[in-house]
Write a protein that binds this ligand. Structure first.
Ligand SMILES: [Zn+2]
Length: 317
């Protein structure tokens, strides 16, 4: 066994939010290029992401949100037919094109299929190279480049459809995963640990909300060694005590020092170290089961290198 899966789909390239938008299809190219050049891609089992079933998305989202996004997609198709613009705006930073609906279904479908494959023992762990990302999407609200909360859906799916009792979510994106917190807050079957730059979009997460949340707001210019120390002290004892049966990772790489979406100072080696610590917990309590999904990361070169570092640890390369 010990195989690492790599889930993606061409539809995830087709979603785009307008010229110059940082959450762009080239992000996936940067990852693919790096995996190709380094040879790391050869060690992975590549699988095409299916579309998520609506019923599974609704494990984490209100029916009205799902119907609303589908409705906007249909409306956009009509508008384009009538000569209207190619995008429909959700918030100042987030918009849909004709392919967003399918891309969002594939992104959620990737983490669900990865969860199935890992729990079936076909794969030890998996990385999902997907867009749109998910961790800002709340139960009833799409925002911040996100439509459906891929990782929250997968965590709920593992509990509800596979009967697991305890799963952990690790979020190392530089932004607070407000959407994931909104969905899983108070659900004692899920422990969420994260760090994030604060203050920074979405300007939340700095007040204690629920016992199943370990939020670590850190100031701008925090470096990797300081983050590692915080993780060791604040995440690890909680994860060890919780004994998760599976671990989900909201893998955003925008805390990299080359990423100008924020001002933190992580480098590739920090992502490798964090992944290693998560893997230690997974090996001890969860038969190694990890499903990781791409969130942020906007400096294309740093993103490619960081994902490579993350996957090298997942795949023991
Ligand atoms: Zn982010």
């Amino acid at each position: 066994m010990n195989t690492t899966g790599y889930f993606t789909h061409p539809d995830c390239w087709k979603h785009e939010m307008g010229a110059g938008h940082p959450e762009c299809p080239a992000r996936l190219d940067a990852i693919e290029d790096r995996l190709l050049i380094s040879g790391v891609g050869d060690a992975l089992e590549r699988r095409e992401a299916p579309q998520a079933a609506i019923g599974d998305i609704e494990l984490a989202h209100d029916r009205m949100l799902v119907a609303g996004i589908r409705g906007l997609s249909d409306q956009l198709a009509d508008d384009i037919q009538a000569g209207g613009p190619a995008h429909i705006q959700i918030d100042p930073d987030t918009s849909m094109n004709l392919h967003t609906w399918n891309a969002a279904l594939r992104a959620a479908g990737a983490v669900i299929a990865a969860t199935d494959a890992v729990l079936a023992g076909e794969l030890e762990n998996a990385f999902c190279a997907v867009r749109p990302p998910g961790h800002h999407a709340e139960r009833s609200k799409a925002l911040g480049f996100c439509f459906f909360n891929n990782i929250a859906i997968a965590a709920k799916y593992a509990l509800e459809r596979h009967g697991l009792k305890r799963v952990a979510i690790v979020d190392f994106d530089v932004h607070h995963g407000n959407g994931t917190e909104d969905i899983i807050r108070g659900d004692e079957r899920i422990l969420m640990v994260s760090f994030f730059q604060h203050p920074l979009f979405p300007f939340s997460g700095d007040v204690e909300t629920a016992l199943n949340m370990v939020n670590l707001p850190v100031p701008a210019y925090t470096k990797g060694m300081e983050v590692r120390e915080l993780i060791e002290i604040m995440w690890m004892p909680r994860l060890e005590a919780f004994k998760p049966e599976m671990i989900f990772i909201s893998a955003g790489f925008d805390a990299h020092r080359e990423d100008d979406m924020a001002q933190m100072g992580l480098v590739e080696q920090d992502y490798a170290w964090i992944t290693g610590r998560i893997k230690d917990v997974a090996k001890r309590h969860a038969k190694g089961r990890i499903v990781s999904a791409l969130e942020g990361g906007y400096s294309l070169s740093a993103l490619g290198r960081s994902v490579e570092a993350h996957i090298r640890v997942l795949a023991d390369l």
